[in-house]
Design a binder for this molecule. Structure first.
Ligand code: COD
Ligand code: ZN
Length: 370
C-alpha cells in the first residue's frame, strides 16, 4: 500500500499522436487528490474500440484501455466509496451519474518529454493507473483478478445493451450481429432473461460455435446465407398476421448490431419484425458498436414497418448496480468468463495482441496480465 508521500512508478502504454506502434513508457504517478483513486492493476482487457482509436486521427498522444481489475493503493480526500486495499473493477462508464451533478474528470498522464497523453475516461493499459472515482467499482475481496478484467467493458456493454438499453423480456426474440468480446455478452444476457430464439450472426464459424456455448439457439454465418431471410424464417409472426401491403409479419423483436457497419445495420434493420397496424409495433434495432461510417437508412421502410432504432453507449449500463449483478452471474455459473477469455498476453506483447484482434484471431476476448 502506498503511503501518502510515495511516488508510484507506472508502466503505461502510449499511443503516439502520429501513426506508429504503441510504446510503453515508465512515468511517475503522484498522489491521488480530490476524487482520484490510485490503483495497482492485475489485468486489463483488449477491446475492439481501441482499434478504432488507433486508426482514427487524434489531437494528442493517447493512453488506452477501459476495463480492468485492480487493488486500491491510495485515494484522494473526496473519495468515500473505496479505500486502500479494496479490490475494484474499472470501467469507462460513470458508476452512477443519476445521484451526482459532478462530471468525472478526463484522464491525463504527464509523459517524460513534457507532453500530456489523454483519455476521455480512464486508461488501464498500464500496471498502475489514476482514475476518477466514478469509474471505480468496489468488488468482493475474493473476486478473481484475471477474467473479471473484462466486466468493465465487454460484459457491461453487451449485457447492458440487452438489459438496460433494450429491456429484453422473457420470450422476446433476439438476434446479435457480431459475437466477439461484446456480442457474446449480449447473447449471455439474452439467455439470462429468457429470450427465445437467440440468433447469433457472424462471419466466423468458430465465433458462432462459442456463441452457442453462451446461449445462442441458432447460428447464422452472414457469408453463406441471406441473413435477413434466414432470421425472418426463424421468427415468423403469429398465424396469418399480415402487415402493411400484405407483408407477412416476421423478424426478431430485438436486433443488436455490435459490428455497426452500414451493411450489418441494414441487415439488422430488415431482420427486425415489421408492425401490424395498431395491433403491434415493429421491432427494435439497437446500435451497440460505434459506426465508423454513416448508415444508409431506408426511411420509407422505417415508416411502414414502424420499427425503432436505439443507440446505446456502453450498454446504457449503471456500473454501480450492474457490475455486481454481472459478477454474480459469473459466480453462479451463468456467465462463463473463463470461456470468454481466449487469450492472455504479457504487457510487452501489447502490439502483437492488438494485431491479433485486428486479424480476427481472438475468438472471445484477450486480456493483459500484469
Ligand atoms: N457480420 C457479422 N459479424 C461480423 C461482421 C459482419 N459483417 N464483421 C465482423 N463481424 C464479427 C467478427 O467476426 C467478430 O466476431 C465481431 O464481429 C467483433 O468482435 P470483436 O471481439 O472484434 O469486437 P468487440 O466485441 O471487442 O467490439 C465490438 C464493438 C463493435 C462493440 C466495438 O468495436 C465498438 O464499436 N465499440 C464502441 C461501442 C461502445 O459502446 N464503446 C464503448 C466501449 S467499447
Ligand atoms: Zn470497449
Amino acid at each position: 500500500m502506498a503511503d501518502a508521500q510515495e511516488v508510484v512508478e507506472a508502466r503505461v502504454a502510449v499511443l503516439p499522436k502520429e501513426h506508429g506502434p504503441i510504446r510503453i513508457e515508465t512515468v511517475e504517478l503522484g498522489n491521488p487528490t480530490g476524487h482520484e483513486v490510485l490503483i495497482r492493476e492485475f489485468a486489463t482487457g483488449i477491446c475492439h474500440s481501441q482499434l478504432h482509436q488507433m486508426h482514427n486521427p487524434r489531437f494528442s498522444e493517447l493512453v488506452l484501455g477501459h476495463e480492468a481489475t485492480g487493488e486500491v493503493l491510495a485515494v484522494g480526500g473526496e473519495v468515500t466509496h473505496v479505500k486502500p486495499g479494496d479490490r475494484v473493477v474499472l470501467t469507462f462508464q460513470p458508476r452512477d451519474l443519476r445521484t451526482t451533478d459532478r462530471m468525472p474528470k478526463v484522464a491525463s498522464v504527464e509523459l517524460n518529454d513534457g507532453s500530456t497523453a489523454m483519455s476521455p475516461n480512464i486508461y488501464t493499459w498500464s500496471d498502475h493507473t489514476i482514475a476518477d472515482d466514478q469509474y471505480v467499482i468496489p468488488v468482493a475481496p475474493d473476486t478473481p483478478t484475471d477474467v473479471t478484467a473484462v466486466v468493465g467493458c465487454a460484459v457491461l456493454t453487451g449485457a447492458g445493451a440487452v438489459l438496460r438499453a433494450a429491456g429484453v423480456k422473457t420470450g422476446n426474440s433476439v438476434a446479435v450481429w457480431g459475437v466477439g468480446g461484446v456480442g457474446l455478452n449480449a447473447v449471455a444476457a439474452a439467455r439470462m432473461v429468457g429470450a427465445d430464439p437467440i440468433i447469433a450472426v457472424d462471419v466466423d464459424d468458430m465465433k458462432l460455435e462459442l456463441a452457442n456455448r453462451f446461449g445462442a439457439t441458432h447460428l447464422v454465418n452472414a457469408m453463406d446465407s441471406n441473413v435477413v431471410e434466414t432470421v425472418r424464417d426463424l421468427t415468423p409472426g403469429a398465424q396469418g398476421g399480415l402487415g402493411f401491403r400484405g407483408m407477412p409479419v416476421a423478424g426478431v423483436d430485438f436486433a443488436f448490431d455490435v459490428v455497426a457497419r452500414p451493411e450489418t445495420f441494414l441487415d439488422a434493420f430488415r431482420a427486425t419484425r415489421n408492425s401490424r397496424f395498431a395491433v403491434h409495433s415493429g421491432g427494435t434495432i439497437v446500435v451497440v458498436g460505434v459506426p465508423q461510417a454513416p448508415f444508409e437508412l431506408p426511411s420509407q421502410e422505417l415508416l411502414v414497418t414502424e420499427r425503432t432504432i436505439v443507440g446505446t453507449l456502453g450498454g446504457t449500463a449503471v456500473p454501480e448496480e450492474d457490475i455486481p449483478l454481472f459478477l454474480s452471474w459469473y459466480q453462479n455459473g451463468d456467465l462463463d468468463l473463463d470461456a470468454l477469455i481466449t487469450s492472455r498476453v504479457g504487457f510487452d506483447e501489447i502490439n502483437e495482441a492488438t494485431k491479433m484482434l485486428e486479424d480476427g484471431k481472438v475468438l472471445g476476448r484477450s486480456i493483459i496480465e500484469f
